[in-house]
Design a protein around this ligand. Structure first.
Ligand code: UDX
Length: 440
C-alpha cells in the first residue's frame, strides 16, 4: 500500500484516484473547485464513464479514497503525488495552456516539507518535466528530497477504468533510479499481470505520449484521405482497410473511416506537438500534423456538402435528425465532437436540426442551449427528411429502419461512421450513403 495523492479531478484524475484506491492504495484527491470536491465526496462522478461510478462508490465506502481542496493536507498525507490536471489548447495559439500544471506545482511546492515523489501524468510539451523538477527543488522546503517522475497516461474515454487497471504499457521518465521502485510498488498489480514497464529519461516519457496520439490521429486522417479517393474512384474504404489491416505491420485498428477524430486529446495534442516542434526548429518535419488536422476538418465539411446534395443544394428549413452528439460512443464528452460541429454547421446553413444522443444530451443542452435536443429517438427522427449518423452508439447500429418508415418524411440516411448495415437499410426502402464506399 502506498499513500498517494491525485491532483486534478477531471477525467484522468477521478479515474486514476478511484482505480488506485480499488487496488488498495490510500488515496487523497485534490481539486481547486470546491463544488466538484463536494459532489465527489458524495460519490457522484461528474461525467459518463462505464464502471467508474461503482468503483468510486466502493472506494469511498472502503475508506481508501477521499477528496479535498486543501494542499497542506495532501502534502502531509501522501508520499507520491500524481499530477493529473488538464493542458487544454491555449486561447491565442496552438500551444498547450500550462496554467493548470504550473498553478498546481506552485500551490503544492511550499507544503512539501518531507521527501516526496511527484509523478506527472498530464500531457505536456517536451521539456516541461525538467523545468518542473528544478522548480520543485528550488521552491519546496524539502528541497533536493523532492523528486519528479514523468508517467504519461494513455487511457481512452469509454474504457478509462480498464485502461487504468490493465494498461498496454507503463512508461516512467526518471532521473533517480530509486524512484522506479516507488512507482513499481504503485503499479505492482499491473506489473504482476505482465504489463511492460518502460523506464526512460524525462523527455522520452513526455514524447511517448504525444507520439502515440499523433500516430493515431495520422492513421485516422490517412484512412479518411483514402476514403475520399475511394469515393472518387468508385472503391470501398472498408474493404481497403480490412485488406491493408491484415498486414501486421499496419494493423486494422484505428482505420475506421468516417467523420474523423474529436475529443479532448487528439485534436489539441497534434496542434501542441506541432507548436512545440516548431519552437525546437522542426516545424517543417512536423508540418504533416497540420495536414492531419486539415483532413480531419474536411470530413465535417464533407458531410454538410453531402446533406446539401440530397436537398437540391439548399438546406433552408430542411428537417435533419443528427444521430449522436458525443465524440465517440460510451462517453458523454462533446469536446470537439465531429457530430456537434456538423450539427452546428447544418443549423448555420438554415436546416431545422434535431440532435439525439443516448447519453450526452444533458451536456449538449448545457453547452449549446440553442440546439434542439430530443431524448426519444423516435421523436427525433419524426418528420425528418434526412438522417445523419455521426456517433456509433450500438442503439443506432441496431436500429430497425422499417420501424422508422411511418414517422420519417424522407428515407435517406448518411452514415458518417460507415457502420450501418447496407442491406438492412436498402431492404427497408432507404437510400444509404457512406463516406468512402458505395451506398445505394
Ligand atoms: C485518445 C487516445 O486513444 C488515448 O490513448 C489518449 O490517452 C487520449 O486520447 P480518446 O480521446 O478517449 O483517447 O479517444 P479515441 O478512442 O482515441 O478516439 C479518438 C477519436 O478518433 C474519436 O472521435 C473516434 O471516433 C475517432 N476514431 C477512432 C475514428 O474516427 N476512427 C477510428 O478508426 C478510431
Amino acid at each position: 500500500m502506498t499513500r498517494l495523492s491525485v491532483i486534478g479531478t477531471g477525467y484522468l484524475g477521478v479515474t486514476h484516484a478511484a482505480c488506485m484506491a480499488s487496488l488498495g492504495h490510500q488515496v487523497i484527491a485534490l481539486d481547486v473547485d470546491p463544488e466538484k470536491i463536494a459532489s465527489l465526496n458524495d460519490g457522484v462522478v461528474p461525467f459518463h464513464e462505464p464502471e467508474l461510478q461503482e468503483l468510486l462508490s466502493s472506494a469511498l465506502a472502503s475508506g481508501n479514497l477521499e477528496f479535498t481542496t486543501d494542499w497542506a493536507v495532501v502534502a502531509a498525507q501522501a508520499d507520491v503525488h500524481f499530477l493529473c490536471v488538464g493542458t487544454p489548447k491555449s486561447k491565442d495559439s496552438d500551444a498547450a495552456d500550462m496554467s493548470q500544471v504550473n498553478g498546481a506545482i506552485a500551490s503544492l511546492a511550499p507544503h512539501l516539507t518531507k521527501p516526496a515523489l511527484i509523478a506527472g501524468k498530464s500531457t505536456v510539451p517536451v521539456g516541461t518535466a525538467a523545468r518542473l523538477a528544478e522548480y520543485l527543488q528550488a521552491n519546496s522546503p524539502a528541497g533536493a528530497e523532492i523528486h519528479l517522475a514523468w508517467n504519461p497516461e494513455f487511457l481512452r474515454e469509454g474504457f478509462a477504468v480498464q485502461d487504468t487497471l490493465h494498461p498496454d504499457r507503463i512508461v516512467i521518465g526518471i532521473t533517480n533510479p530509486e524512484d522506479e521502485k516507488a512507482l513499481r510498488e504503485v503499479y505492482d498489480a499491473s506489473i504482476q499481470e505482465g504489463t511492460p514497464f518502460i523506464t526512460t529519461d524525462y523527455a522520452t516519457a513526455e514524447l511517448v505520449k504525444v507520439a502515440a496520439n499523433s500516430f493515431l490521429a495520422t492513421k485516422i486522417s490517412f484512412i479518411n484521405a483514402f476514403a475520399d479517393l475511394c469515393d472518387a474512384a468508385g472503391a470501398d474504404i472498408t474493404q481497403l482497410a480490412d485488406a491493408i489491416g491484415h498486414d501486421t505491420r499496419i494493423g486494422r485498428r484505428f482505420l475506421n473511416a468516417g467523420v474523423g477524430f474529436g475529443g479532448g486529446c487528439l485534436p489539441k495534442d497534434i496542434k501542441a506537438l506541432h507548436a512545440r516542434a516548431t519552437e525546437l526548429g522542426l516545424g517543417e518535419q512536423f508540418e504533416f500534423l497540420a495536414n492531419v488536422g486539415r483532413v480531419n476538418q474536411m470530413r465535417r465539411e464533407l458531410v454538410v456538402e453531402r446533406a446539401k446534395s440530397f436537398t437540391g443544394g439548399d438546406l433552408t428549413g430542411v428537417r435533419i435528425a443528427v444521430l449522436g452528439a458525443a465524440f465517440k460512443p460510451d462517453s458523454d464528452d462533446i469536446r470537439d465532437s465531429p457530430a456537434l460541429s456538423i450539427a452546428q454547421a447544418l443549423v448555420d446553413a438554415g436546416a431545422d436540426v434535431v440532435v439525439h444522443d443516448p447519453i450526452a444530451l444533458n451536456v449538449v443542452r448545457r453547452v449549446h442551449p440553442h440546439l434542439n435536443c430530443v431524448d426519444s429517438l423516435t421523436d427525433a427522427v419524426s418528420g425528418a427528411t434526412l438522417l445523419i449518423h455521426l456517433t456509433e452508439w450500438n442503439e443506432y447500429r441496431e436500429l430497425d429502419p422499417a420501424a422508422l418508415n411511418s414517422v420519417v418524411a424522407g428515407r435517406t440516411i448518411i452514415d458518417g461512421r460507415n457502420m450501418l448495415d447496407r442491406d438492412k437499410w436498402i431492404n427497408a426502402g432507404w437510400a444509404i450513403n457512406y463516406l468512402g464506399k458505395p451506398g445505394s
